[in-house]
Design a protein around this ligand. Structure first.
Ligand code: FAD
Length: 302
């Protein structure tokens, strides 16, 4: 078995693997997609000590740093089951079973779906989640961004530089994004913000041709013609596969203590899949280090 088996290869998992390997213990890391969410991120300006970098570049350095140590990297494999027997077993979708004396879960999070008619139907046919990946596809077109939090407003600002016009639909009476982002947004000429807007349907034929929403103040339904919809309403932790095994919050986040320990002895967790207060690269890396040190502490005591 591995001394430390890390599940998830984003910033949290990479950090955990490096901290574990540096203790000279047998370390493995299994990931569905090495790099995680930063693979979908363009500009990163808040990774302290690096003024500016780009996600894929940071992901490549993470992988290089991990591979600098004696770590088994198992990429493009998804874990589907965790069970504590003599060791902690992690079964992969390909049927293989990996064993660890300790396991660190760092499976991150993914974009939340809005769940209205048309969303699933027109995914990749006008419905998108990653402005950095799909923004250029909508050059010169009209798009909507659903969600007025930080990610929604960042997306709207980003898209406004590429597309013809951006309509932001926010369910609440106010945008929730940081005021610096809102100021930036309102300084742009090709953005409209509609608050109190409940998205009803994403319309289209073979691809998206519009969006319907209800004005929550008047109850009136409106339809806007456009070619793209970016859904930016938050993140869901990738922890469905752990249902019934360890304690999670009602949002599905794995509950950890200050050592990164979960409710199963020997199983630790780090990053966006946990109930940590903020979901950021530097925070997930810090918690990856915490979980690895927590796992090491557990190993020397058991
Ligand atoms: P993730 O990055 O989500 O990585 C999860 C890993 O687990 C991946 O390797 C994934 O493939 C793997 N995985 C998931 N499920 C399984 C499974 N069942 N089996 C095996 N592997 C699995 N943060 C900042 O600090 N600054 C920014 O500017 C910034 N911009 C962002 C822009 C975008 C578009 C997005 C999406 C996020 C941004 N973030 C930013 C947030 C930041 O990317 C995340 O906080 C960070 O990536 C979390 O790291 P993580 O390792 O916890 O999870």
């Amino acid at each position: 078995p591995y001394d430390v088996l890390v599940v998830g290869g984003g910033p949290a998992g990479a950090s955990a693997a490096i901290y574990a390997a540096r203790k000279g213990i047998r370390t493995g890391i299994v990931a569905e997609r090495f790099g995680g969410q930063i693979m979908d991120t363009l500009g990163i300006e808040n990774f302290i000590s690096v003024k500016y970098t780009e996600g894929p570049k940071l992901a490549a350095s993470l992988e290089e740093h991990v591979k600098h140590y004696d770590v088994d990297v198992i990429n493009v494999q998804r874990a589907k089951r965790l069970e504590k027997k003599d060791f902690i077993e992690v079964e992969l979708e390909n049927g293989a079973v990996l064993k660890g004396k300790t396991v660190i879960l760092s499976t991150g999070a993914r974009w939340r779906n809005i769940g209205v008619p048309g969303e699933a139907e027109f995914k990749n046919k006008g419905v998108a989640y990653c402005p950095h990946c799909d923004g250029p596809l909508f050059e010169g077109k009209d798009v909507a961004v659903i969600g007025g939090g930080n990610s929604g407003i960042e997306a709207a600002i980003d898209l406004a530089g590429i597309v013809k016009h951006v309509t932001v639909l926010e369910f609440a009476p106010e945008l929730k994004a940081d005021s610096v982002l809102q100021d930036r947004l309102y300084s742009l000429p090709n953005v409209t913000v509609i608050k109190n807007a409940q998205t009803k349907e994403i319309t289209g034929t073979d691809k998206v041709n519009g969006i319907s929403y209800v004005d929550r103040e008047t109850g009136e339904e409106h339809h806007i013609e456009l070619q793209g919809v970016f859904v930016q309403i938050g993140l869901v932790p990738n922890t469905d596969w752990l249902e019934g095994t360890l304690e999670r919050t009602r949002f599905g986040e794995i509950i950890v203590d200050k050592h990164g320990a979960t409710s199963i002895p020997g199983v630790f967790a780090a990053g966006d899949c946990t109930d940590s207060a903020y979901k950021q690269i530097i925070i997930s890396m810090g918690s990856g280090a915490t979980a690895a040190l927590g796992a090491f502490d557990y190993l020397i005591r058991n």
